[in-house]
Design a protein around this ligand. Structure first.
Ligand code: ANZ
Ligand code: ZN
Length: 834
């Protein structure tokens, strides 16, 4: 018997698949299409187990759909621009391009050693001029549509990376990459007007039933829609042209409880309030101090709320009360109006602020069914619901109802307007770094900002650039890059030296895959019309906000520009869990990684894939286990031996059951058929409907156990070899998406002919699933006394008769009278005796 030599088998089939273009895209007429996409990796150098997991999941889906007769698009590429290449280059003195391309070569080899069914002809790399030409072209489509603009902005600046970060890349005030504290810096930056799409991005989440709720919730929170009112508080003594302050509040129900007003120190009215103020020096010192604090420091719950009184007062529009105006660190300039009405009794931040500065408090909401609040005794704000008090005509209203009524009144009296606000900010896309797609804009003294004409694309990124971080783009050191002619007047122009955020590159790669080689278009209409949407997108939940939001935004923009016909790019989304080691995420920094390459060398790719698919449902975290890997490996050996045990007998035997008469089969044979069909059904549903790959694999394991039982129990001369052959064929077919190489080999051993992936996914016969016999429990007065094997579907009367005539029951009821017999067909008989 042949040994399971996985190394040799895996190499053999990988070569065969490549030589025969097995996974070259087929677009056959009459077949439905299926676009299976896994998030493309950043080419950091080596595959990690997280990659192995996501790409194994995708491959099961792609191979399954291929066997089901779909035209499958299953592409792979590289998210290849970005900072790590520059950092590595600085460290090791290799050009970012060389570093990136050699990493790509290595990771491509590693992916190929996993035997994933990619069509490598469609590979894309975002750092290739053939790709970024179109990233630039798309930038210009947005630019021409008024969706890309430049403005001076207070931006998040990471002093260590020496670059600007998008809001989304700042995590708790720290740089997502290097954990340095992020600072603010005012710089000219490019933005995409994603806020124009805020409401659609929010609404259309409803069109995505195939997305996990948690991801939709995260996007919803990130968009952060809130409904409130902008209310005007007139300044008691107008100064420097400022006669009122406008606050944004979502809690207009508390307006009678306002006891002070706060402005962000950056608020545009502050200058007028401060200049010439008797306390100007104190105020300016305070402003300077706040500006040096990071946004996180200013807003964190445990940060000391600090402020200063400006000496000015404004007037509450509903009560007419005089309200002191403060500046404070906890109000941000770029949310709402940058001005907040302080309601210390009902907002915790305000409570802390008022306590510190001895500002009065006023309760305007009383909880129901609890003792009344008393300002003197409160030690925190009351933020729950209740009835309005001290609120004039609104007294007695439930505060949630008062929201509308008070908004109405403010609007009626011209003192306020309802406003919808979003937390979402415009997407800052410029980076003062080298390794990215140059922004295709030229500045001309005469013509101003000029788009690079299409025929001049791509704006090539020069090689060998000095890119030590300086805060300016390294491209500013290359006159041969930035000196250029103005495309409009031919005069002296200067090229934009900033490059694009790499999230721009990854916002459209799924479209490029549809037409990866076209030199003249980003993508061809007919190709994207055919392939889009992505039917199944698979990737890490860490992309729940950024990448997925940006890709949705791009798709909507392209839809509006009539470049694509879909409004959402990803029909179904699966976010796979992490791979853990000892309970914490496998990561280089923790030093708890297991190298995929070593595992594959030691056990083979099929084992690695099978383990990872078996160890947990895809959305859950998965605990790495060497024993689990060995278990998966032993299982493949077991399958190997089983097929080989029959290889001689089944040679030449026609192995198909279709049409055979189930009722003519004896018990063991019938059960073998049932298990084989049941396994196919289970696999079809587990893969196709639920992505329960782990339970799918356990069903296969049970089937293998059953086949061994049959082999060992039924005397050799009585074994039904055509049935065995049929069962083995089904086994290999359903295991093939999980462990592709060994199944391709075993398919040959069975004599299946052409590649296992050219075979249709097996069907199952509902009739075969029906058990011939079922076990029925016999109870006497509710106690289980006996178990019977009876024909499936035996009716109540027959069941009762059968139970009553068994010896054991006869003995137990002897001398008693049967009061009642309850029967549940296929389940139980309960005999009640006295
Ligand atoms: C009065 C009030 C009373 C508020 C109360 C809350 C509770 P969302 O829901 O996130 O939109 N706010 C408005 N602009 C702000 C800014 N620039 N910096 C800091 N805080 C700001 O939050 C809206 C609420 O956040 C607003 O409602 C305002 O405080 C505060 F019992 O107004 B509220
Ligand atoms: Zn010009």
């Amino acid at each position: 018997q042949e040994r399971y030599d996985y190394q040799q088998i895996e190499q053999k089939w990988q070569k065969h698949w490549a030589d025969t273009d097995m996974f070259r895209l087929q677009q056959e007429e009459g077949r439905p299409k299926y676009y299976c996409l896994e998030m493309f990796p950043y080419p950091s150098g080596n595959l990690h187990m997280g990659h192995v997991r996501v790409y194994s999941i995708g491959d099961v889906v792609a191979r399954f759909k291929t066997m089901q007769g779909y035209n499958v698009l299953h592409p792979m590429g590289w998210d290849a621009f970005g900072l790590p290449a520059e950092n590595a280059a600085i460290k090791h003195k290799v050009p970012p391009a060389d570093w990136t391309w050699s990493n790509i070569a290595n990771m491509r080899r590693q992916l190929q050693s996993m035997g994933i069914s990619y069509d490598w002809e469609r590979e894309v790399a975002t750092c290739h001029p053939d790709y970024y030409k179109w990233t630039q072209w798309l930038f210009l489509q947005l630019y021409k549509a008024g969706l890309a603009y430049k403005k001076k902005a207070n931006v998040n600046w990471c002093p260590d990376c020496a670059t600007v970060l998008a809001n989304e890349q700042v995590v708790d005030g720290l740089c997502e990459r290097c954990d340095a504290t992020v600072e603010k810096k005012a710089l000219e930056q490019w933005f995409f007007r994603i806020t124009d799409y805020a409401q659609r991005l929010l609404d259309d989440l409803n069109k995505l039933p195939g997305w996990p709720d948690k991801v939709k919730t995260m996007q919803e929170n990130w968009i952060g829609r809130s409904e409130g009112v902008e209310a005007d508080f007139a300044l008691e003594n107008p100064v420097g042209g400022v006669d009122k302050l406008t606050v944004y509040t979502t809690r207009q129900d508390t307006i009678f409880g306002v006891t002070y007003m706060v402005l962000a120190p950056e608020h545009p009215a502050v200058e007028a309030l401060v200049s010439g103020n008797p306390r100007e020096a104190e105020l300016r010192a305070f402003i300077k101090k706040v500006l040096s604090q990071s946004e996180m420091d200013r807003t964190a719950n445990d940060t000391e709320k600090e402020g200063v009184f400006t000496g000015h007062y404004c007037i509450n529009p509903l009560t007419g009360d005089k309200v002191a105006v403060y500046l404070a660190n906890y109000v941000l300039v770029d949310y709402g109006t940058g001005a907040v009405m302080g309601v210390p009794a009902h907002d915790q931040r305000d409570f802390e602020f008022a306590t510190k500065y001895n500002i009065p408090m006023k309760v305007v909401i009383q909880p129901e069914g609890l003792p009344d609040l008393d300002v003197e005794e409160m030690d925190h704000a009351y933020e729950e619901e209740g009835r309005l008090v001290h609120s004039g005509e609104f007294d007695g209203l439930i505060n949630t109802q008062a929201l509308d009524v008070i908004a109405d009144k403010l609007e009626r009296e011209g003192k306020g307007v309802r406003k919808v606000k979003y937390r979402l900010r415009d997407w800052l896309i410029s980076r003062q770094r080298y390794w990215g797609a140059p922004i295709p804009v030229i500045y001309c003294e005469k013509c101003g900002e000029v788009a690079v004409p299409d025929e001049q694309l791509p704006v090539m990124l020069p090689t060998d650039v000095e890119f030590t971080p300086s805060g300016e783009s390294p491209l500013t050191t290359r006159p041969d890059f930035y000196e250029c002619a103005c495309p409009q007047c031919g005069g002296k122009g200067r090229r934009e030296t900033d490059t694009m955020d790499t999230f721009v590159c990854s916002s459209w790669y799924f479209l490029r895959y549809c037409t990866p080689k076209d030199k003249d278009h980003a993508f061809l209409q007919e190709d994207v019309d055919y392939w889009m949407n992505v039917d199944q997108y698979i990737g890490g939940v860490e992309h729940a906000i950024l990448h997925l939001m940006y890709a949705r935004f791009f798709t909507k923009v392209l839809y509006d520009l009539k470049l694509v016909k879909v409004e959402e790019p990803f029909e179904n989304l699966l976010t796979q869990g992490m791979v853990l080691m000892g309970g914490s995420k496998m990561s280089k920094s923790k030093g708890n990684t297991v190298s995929p390459e070593e595992i594959i060398a030691k056990y083979g790719a099929d084992t690695a894939r099978l383990f990872i698919l078996f160890a947990a449902p895809p959305e859950r975290d998965l605990e790495w286990s060497d024993r689990g890997v060995e278990g998966a490996h032993r299982f493949l050996h077991r399958v190997w031996r089983l097929v080989h045990a029959y290889s001689e007998q089944i040679a030449g035997v026609p192995g198909t059951l279709v049409g055979s008469d189930l009722s003519s089969l004896n018990g063991d044979d019938r059960e073998l058929v049932r298990v084989a069909h049941y396994t196919v059904k289970k696999l079809t549903e587990d893969i196709g409907q639920r992505f329960n790959f782990n339970t799918a694999v356990s069903a296969i394991m049970e089937m293998v156990n059953h086949l061994y039982q049959y082999k060992d129990k039924v005397p050799a001369e009585q074994q039904n070899i055509p049935l065995v052959k049929d069962a083995l064929a089904r086994l290999v077919l359903v295991l093939a998406p999980f462990a592709p190489h060994v199944c391709e080999e075993l398919w040959q051993v069975i004599g299946g002919g052409e590649s296992v992936y050219k075979q249709p996914w097996p069907s199952y016969d509902e009739q075969a699933l029906v058990r011939d016999e079922v076990e029925v429990v016999v109870q006497i007065n509710g106690k289980v006394r006996e178990k019977l094997q009876v024909a499936n579907g035996l009716d109540g009367e027959a069941l009762k008769a059968k139970a009553l005539e068994t010896e054991k029951v006869q003995a137990l009821i002897a001398g008693k009278s049967v009061v009642k017999v309850i029967t549940v067909p296929n389940k139980l008989v309960n005999i009640v005796v006295k």
